[in-house]
Design a protein around this ligand. Structure first.
Ligand code: ZN
Length: 269
């Protein structure tokens, strides 16, 4: 069993202990294990827009949701574009993107205070970030690739929770799931400059330079962004599993090229 503030028992999902302990939400980060897809999508591919057979993807959603006791008809999917738009989802959005047409375009973060709405975001190296305010009972799910990290989408999510739902950032719990870590997040100078521009001194501190390449610790930068919003350090839980390193557990776009997608989901009970 994997333990680092996160529990993994070998199946389809990994969960953050701090979130589980509240008893307020169903949540999880998917692995690629124990699904029905084959070939490059083997096996728990949850990417609706991949070239995988639709029937297998829907079957995989059923298996993933079953592991979390979530009703798959509660899922809300949006089209992600590495932007910073946060959408306030509700019961009216359930099923969008999976069982019916979705009008949720160019949205990388979902937030709600309605029980029974399962907020889903998708990854194959980018950082999935889940939020829970256990006092106001508000949740969010955010897709933070390097562009989202640079544009501080995590801060946009916190700001939405505070402004629209009256959350106090000191109460908010954060779970950052598996993603490509510093060991494999190699970038050229142009991308490094983007980080320098947006994070000033922090980018240098979070980067290792080797053979003309830059290896950036995006978790450290997302944590920095969250601390700036008044989130408590002890409320931020980071899974240190690298999607690239752990081939048996995760899809990795950087490692595999065309591949499947993992999902992070959260629903208020
Ligand atoms: Zn790695």
């Amino acid at each position: 069993m994997y333990k680092d503030g996160f529990t993994y028992e070998g199946g389809r999902v990994l969960q953050c202990d701090a979130f589980s302990e509240t008893g307020l939400v169903k949540h999880g980060f998917s692995t690629k294990k124990k699904g029905t897809s084959t070939g490059i999508f083997s096996s728990l591919n949850l990417g609706v827009h991949t070239k995988d057979c639709r029937e297998n993807v829907e079957q995989n959603f059923s298996l993933f949701c079953e592991a979390l006791s979530i009703d798959s008809s509660h899922l809300v999917l949006s089209q992600q574009v590495h932007g910073t738009a946060i959408y306030r989802a509700g019961l009216k959005d359930c099923g969008k993107g999976l069982y019916r047409e979705s009008d949720l375009q160019e949205i990388d973060g979902l937030v709600t205070n309605e029980p029974g709405v399962a907020l889903a975001t998708f990854y194959a190296d980018c950082t999935p970030i889940l939020f829970l305010d256990p006092v106001q009972k508000v949740i969010a799910s955010v897709h933070s690739g390097w562009r989202g990290t640079v544009q501080k989408i995590a801060q946009w999510a916190v700001m939405t929770m505070m402004r629209e739902y009256g959350c106090n950032s000191e109460q908010i719990l954060v779970a950052m799931g598996p993603s490509i870590k510093q060991c494999h997040f190699e970038v050229d100078e142009d991308v490094y400059l983007e980080f320098l521009l947006h994070f000033h001194g922090m980018a240098e501190k979070s980067t290792i330079k080797k053979n003309g390449k830059y290896y950036i610790d995006t978790d450290a930068l997302n944590i920095y962004s969250l601390l700036q919003m008044g989130i408590s350090q002890e409320h931020i839980h980071t899974c240190n599993l690298c999607t690239y390193c752990n081939e048996e557990l995760f899809f990795s776009h950087r490692r595999d090229g065309e591949t499947g997608r993992m999902c992070a989901v959260i629903e208020l009970q």
